[in-house]
Design a binder for this molecule. Sequence first.
Ligand code: AMP
Length: 115
Amino acid sequence: MEEKTLFEKILAGEIPSEKVYEDDIVYAFKDINPQAPVHTLVIPKTKWRGFPDFENSSSEAIGEYMKGIARVAKELGLEEGGYRVVFNWGDDAQQTVQYVHAHIIGGRQLTWPPG
Ligand code: AMP
C-alpha cells in the first residue's frame, strides 16, 4: 500500500495540527510556516494528489471542495478584505505534499506577481 502523505496523517489525527475549521467536506488548519498573518491550508476529505487528478473526478465533488474553501475563508473573516487561494502542483511550483491543498493567504496587502 502507498505510504500516507503528511496531510492524510494530519486528517487521521496521527500528526497534530492547529485546526481552524472542519466539516464533512474539508479540514482546515494553520500552515506551520505562515507567509502572511492568515495562512490556512484547506484539504478535502476526498483524496486527490493534485490538479491532474481532477480531470477524471466528479465535478460535484470538486465543486463541493471549492465551496468548502470559500466557507473557510469566510470563517476566517477574510471575505470583506479579500484573500488569495493558491494551489501548487509539481516541482516547478514547489509542491511538497502530494495531497491536494489550497493555501488561503490573507490579512495583509498581498503583492503580485508571486515569486
Ligand atoms: P506546498 O508547497 O504547496 O506543497 O505546501 C505545503 C505546505 O505545508 C507548506 O506551506 C508548509 O509550510 C506546510 N506544512 C508542512 N508541514 C506542515 C505541518 N505539519 N503542519 C502544517 N503545515 C505544514
